[in-house]
Design a protein around this ligand. Structure first.
Ligand code: GLY
Length: 373
């Protein structure tokens, strides 16, 4: 088991632990008791995770005298709305939840974001803990306190920074995930390695596709390494005033791709393709050597993820999505690039340079040549 402390600069009282380990979920009752006593406990999950993880956990908590109400939401991004949060808060009032109550999010990113947001606004803020059950949530969305819901006009447009009291990540729960969901998680792990952990990058390179097997004994350390990169960044810039933006490596184009594809491309796969382009830009504008760029692209592919923009998404629709997402301001788009493996920088790129580069990347893809020469 690994314990990582996320220490928030200037807010030591809001610092918290991430516990990562196989079987760690069986310590949930102990960890909750260590956090103090609460008036009411509520576990929020979705209908897919409920029988697999939430119900056994609920029974276990009950056997230790922690009586916990269960709230089950429909699975999927469509649930991430303000209506869901209002309904959930309404149920909390019906059960007399007050400011001393605790919510426990058991699920992937959608459940974590909804629960965290409900906790941020219910009675002006109550406490919650994160029990992420997807790889992507374990290494990214459950950490750092970004919570929120979508609007018809865009994802995560309503939200709040609200840090959990604890994050409990158990690799044993990943066994039931479909392979594509494991790959989605690896997109964020590769991102962490590229922006801040050369050692993790080498391990990923060595292990390659073996890591997609949820039983792989290396997985626990790999999750912990990726989490420490995120913790290091968040601890210095909780509210994304500067440094935290490096966590968006691959995400600028990734988000544009998700939007341009009408969310048919999953987050991790879109981020992987976005990282593919960001690696090419890094070679062009940030001094990344061709050797390191090739290693980065080949690692992304080894994990079964795309490095290229899909053929049916044209450059113009990506630029329109970037505009709509307010990523282009005064003709400039700020990209996270890497100057070497493990070292991120923010670099301004003009729309015209961006258009040219993207067109060139698409051209290479169509001609079968891999990347820039
Ligand atoms: N997923 C990016 C962040 O938490 O800042």
């Amino acid at each position: 088991m690994q314990r990582i402390r996320l220490t928030l600069e200037g807010r030591k009282d809001s610092s918290y632990d991430l516990l990562i380990g196989r079987g760690i979920l069986s310590s949930l009752h102990r960890e909750i008791q260590r956090l103090g006593s609460f008036s009411f406990y509520g576990l929020v999950t979705d209908e897919v995770v409920r029988p697999l993880v939430a119900e056994p956990l609920l029974e276990e908590l009950k056997s230790y005298g922690i009586k916990t109400a269960l709230f089950t939401l429909p699975a999927g991004e469509a649930t991430k709305t303000m209506d869901t949060v209002v309904d959930l808060c309404h149920e909390l009032t019906t059960l007399s939840f007050d400011r001393k109550s605790l919510l426990i999010a058991v699920g992937g990113g959608v459940i974590g974001d909804i629960t965290g947001f409900a906790a941020a606004i219910y009675m002006r803020g109550i406490r919650y803990i994160q029990v992420p059950t997807t790889l992507l949530a374990q290494v990214d969305s459950a950490i750092g306190g970004k919570t929120g819901v979508d609007l018809p006009s865009g994802k995560n447009l309503l939200g709040a920074f609200h840090q959990p009291l604890l994050v409990l990540a158990d690799p044993d729960v990943l066994g039931t995930l479909p392979p594509d969901a494991m790959r989605d998680g690896f997109a964020e792990i590769i991102k962490s390695a590229l922006i801040g952990q050369p050692k993790l990058f080498s391990i990923l390179e060595m292990e390659g596709a073996n890591l997609l097997n949820a039983d792989n004994p290396m997985l626990e350390n790999i999750i912990a390494d990726a989490c420490s990169v995120k913790c290091r960044v968040v601890s210095q810039d909780e509210l994304e005033a500067g440094l935290r933006r490096i966590l968006n490596f691959g995400h600028t184009l990734g988000h544009a791709l998700e939007a341009a594809s009408n969310y048919k491309i999953s987050h991790g796969h879109a981020v992987a393709a976005g990282m593919g382009a960001a690696v090419q830009f890094s070679r062009q504008w940030a001094g990344l050597t061709s050797d390191e760029a090739d290693r980065a692209l080949s690692l992304i592919r080894k994990l079964g993820l795309p490095t290229e923009l899909p053929a049916d998404v044209d450059v113009n629709s990506l630029l329109v999505a970037l505009e709509r997402d307010k990523k282009i301001q005064a003709g400039i788009c700020h990209f996270v690039l890497i100057s070497k493996i493990g070292q991120a920088i923010i670099h301004p790129i003009s729309v015209e340079d961006l258009r040219q580069s993207l067109t060139q990347i698409q051209g290479f893809r169509d001609s079968g040549i891999q990347g820039f020469q």
